[in-house]
Design a protein around this ligand. Structure first.
Ligand SMILES: *Cc1c(COP(=O)(O)O)cnc(C)c1O
Length: 523
């Protein structure tokens, strides 16, 4: 998708019509620079570095040396630099503006965390270094583990899982190990509310369980009657998110925990939304047996696009013995990493990762926790809930909240306010791009029609929230006033216009195909 110089040539339009100059000669629009792919820009015969041929080199590749040209585009350093800086300017980022994605908590990552994570003593470690040389890192992991256990009212924590979904796997494997130890190999049914994140049923199935869906009631929470009706002696447990993916607190959580325990099952809590309740409620006190914490959602480090994640998983006393290795332990004056199941206390179900977990994220999370203190963490949760309710209250007159009452950390709307306007949730989200905002989460949770899930997070100012709400209000009014074209054509100010989403999903082009004159680039 290069710059089409022909297309941007002057149109024979009226010089008095400013619209005639919407296309420029260069394809750039002011500071919005047109930027072809690096493969289209680069010269395949050119190299960006000028190194002499090495002399007297003996190959150690045993005849597997590349014989053809490598087919990489050659650009000078300044050209390469400009290419990537221009690309980065097309990106929406948390450092650029409000990021309203819900169920995701793309939040502020204080620069202090970055500074700490880059300290050479942490950043330059190698996981195979002798234990005596990484005592500080072990202490950091041990301290973070201590605070995670304290904050959640749990008994133990496995630090190694590398994402929320990986933490779910860790928790469910511990549940399976505990059931097996009880000789209860028939308990294989896991109850999952219909609003659950897709990773929950996927995890249960991955662990050899079957899933059984619990419907939601009118208020968006677990239907208690339907839940009780599903209990039985083949139930392994429940996987429940609290606050749930509709942004609502499951008020019956203690009754749910009691009932599942009474039925002989375990309570897995999806802790992705812990940022709404940390410092206010300890999940351990609610009867939770296992819960992952997405460090990248609750303790800074904005994620997305496959960025780093860490999903430490906390356990109740009942499940703690089955937690996986490795874990750090204070041994007299020093720390050690317990690596093998046979030297561990309890009966670990095994090991999930090659090394110890995501050190860079541990460092950021501990830095975030210590710089906030317990009162600061509690305030972050309270402010996240306050900001979401502010958005809900400001917009409920023009948009339609999916459920009645207040919300937790995210405000959920459905598409009833767009009824008969010819504008869909997707169109509405695209129009937000023209207004300079990243769209909110769309069409999730699935239980709400045309869902729009907005999570402002705790770091947005009142003025920033006002500007955002005014924009959404204006868009909602424009839709109702019949300005359908504005939405159908959106985004018109973005570098890339409306995509053919169906074709992108059905026949995605995942690979750049080189123009015929550069056959070497085919590799
Ligand atoms: C994000 C999320 C997950 C999965 O976490 P990852 O770190 O992305 O694997 C699971 N459940 C809920 C409710 C989530 O929001």
């Amino acid at each position: 998708m290069g710059v089409n110089m022909q297309k941007s040539a002057v149109q024979p339009a009226s010089v008095n019509d400013p619209g005639a100059y919407l296309e420029t000669f260069s394809g750039s629009k002011g500071l919005e620079q047109a930027e072809p792919l690096i493969f289209e820009r680069g010269d395949y015969d050119k190299t960006g570095v000028d190194l002499p041929e090495p002399k007297g080199r003996t190959s150690r590749l045993s005849g597997l040396e590349r014989e053809d040209a490598i087919g990489l585009p050659g650009l000078s350093e300044p050209e390469t630099m400009r290419h990537y800086v221009r690309l980065s300017r097309k990106n929406y980022a948390i450092d650029l503006g409000l990021y309203p994605l819900g169920s995701c908590t793309m939040k502020h990552n204080p620069r202090l965390n970055e500074k700490v994570a880059r300290l050479p003593g942490f950043a330059d470690l190698h996981p195979l270094q002798p234990q005596s040389t990484v005592q500080g890192a072990y202490e950091l992991i041990g301290e973070l583990a201590h605070w995670l256990v304290t904050l959640t009212g749990a008994h133990a924590v496995a630090m190694s899982p590398k994402a929320g979904a990986h933490g779910e796997l860790c928790g469910m494997m511990a549940i399976r190990a505990a059931l097996d130890a009880r000789g209860e190999t028939k308990r294989r049914r896991v109850l999952v509310p219909e609003s659950a994140h897709g990773t929950n049923p996927a995890t249960a199935v991955q662990c050899g369980f079957t899933t059984d869906e619990i419907p939601a009631d009118k208020t968006g929470r677990v239907d208690m009657e339907a839940f009780r009706a599903k209990l039985g002696d083949d139930v392994a447990g429940i996987m429940l998110t609290n606050p749930n993916t509709c942004g609502l607190f499951e008020r019956d959580i203690i009754a749910i925990a009691d009932a599942i325990h009474e039925a002989g099952g375990y309570f897995y809590c999806d802790g992705a939304n812990l940022n709404a309740i940390m410092g206010r409620v300890r999940p351990g006190d609610l009867g939770v047996d296992a819960m992952h914490i997405n460090l990248h959602k609750t303790f800074s480090t904005p994620h997305g696009g496959g960025g780093p994640g860490a999903g430490p998983t906390v356990f109740s006393e009942a499940l703690a013995p089955y937690a996986p290795v490795p874990y750090v332990e204070k041994d007299g004056d020093s720390w050690r990493m317990v690596e093998n199941a046979d030297e561990a206390e309890g009966e670990p179900f095994g090991r999930m990762v090659a090394f110890h977990g995501q050190m860079g994220m541990f460092t950021r999370a501990l830095s975030y926790m210590m710089s906030h203190g317990s009162d600061g963490l509690r305030q972050a949760a309270e402010d996240a809930v306050l900001n979401a309710n502010y958005v809900l209250a400001r917009l409920k007159h023009v948009m339609t909240p999916a459920f009645e009452g207040t919300c937790m950390h995210e405000a959920l709307f459905d598409d009833r306010f767009l009824k008969d306007t010819g504008v869909s949730t997707l169109d509405f989200a695209k129009a937000m791009i023209d207004e300079g905002y990243h769209p909110m989460t769309m069409y999730f949770p699935l239980v709400v029609h045309g869902a729009m899930l907005i999570e402002p997070t705790e770091t947005e100012s009142r003025a920033g929230l006002d500007r955002f709400c005014e924009t959404l209000e204006a868009l909602a009014l424009a839709a109702k006033a019949g300005e359908t074209e504005r939405f159908r054509a959106a985004p018109i100010h973005a570098p890339t216009k409306r995509l053919d989403e169906t074709r992108a999903a059905r026949s995605p082009v995942l690979r750049w195909t080189p123009p015929a004159e550069h056959p070497a680039a085919a590799e």
